[in-house]
Design a protein around this ligand. Structure first.
Ligand code: FES
Length: 117
């Protein structure tokens, strides 16, 4: 299926080594992260451990440390690093001319349940 890219913000709007939250109606928020090399990643803003807000974690390399219990989540996959297990839903991201896009279909269809661990 082809992507339906929707402009979200500029890369410059995301704090370096931090995140910006994209709210969704009645669905868990999506966090868009920016690392030290201006790479951008998007995950549901729920840690696979107990649902901590990953957007409030510290980004290092291509990982984010959850602010709750310090699990390390791979930004590219959404999965926790060993020995922890579990994955946060990842979202496709496109960056073009400094603008960040997410896929409207994914925003509507992925990680729509509010799961409490
Ligand atoms: S909720 Fe993220 S490490 Fe526990």
């Amino acid at each position: 299926m082809s992507n339906q890219w929707k402009i979200i913000c500029k890369v410059a709007d995301i704090p370096v080594l931090g995140a910006r939250v994209v709210a969704r109606d009645g669905k868990p928020d999506v966090a868009i992260f920016r690392n030290g090399e201006d790479k951008v990643f998007a995950l549901v803003d729920r840690c696979p451990h107990k649902g901590g807000p990953l957007s409030q974690g510290i980004v290092y390399g291509e990982r984010v440390a959850c602010p709750m219990h310090n699990w390390n989540i791979e930004l590219g996959s959404g999965c926790a690093t060993a020995p922890d297990e579990g994955c946060a839903q990842k979202f496709s991201v496109k960056v073009e001319a400094g603008d960040v896009y997410l896929d409207a279909l994914e925003l509507a269809s992925l990680a729509t349940e509010v799961v409490t661990a």
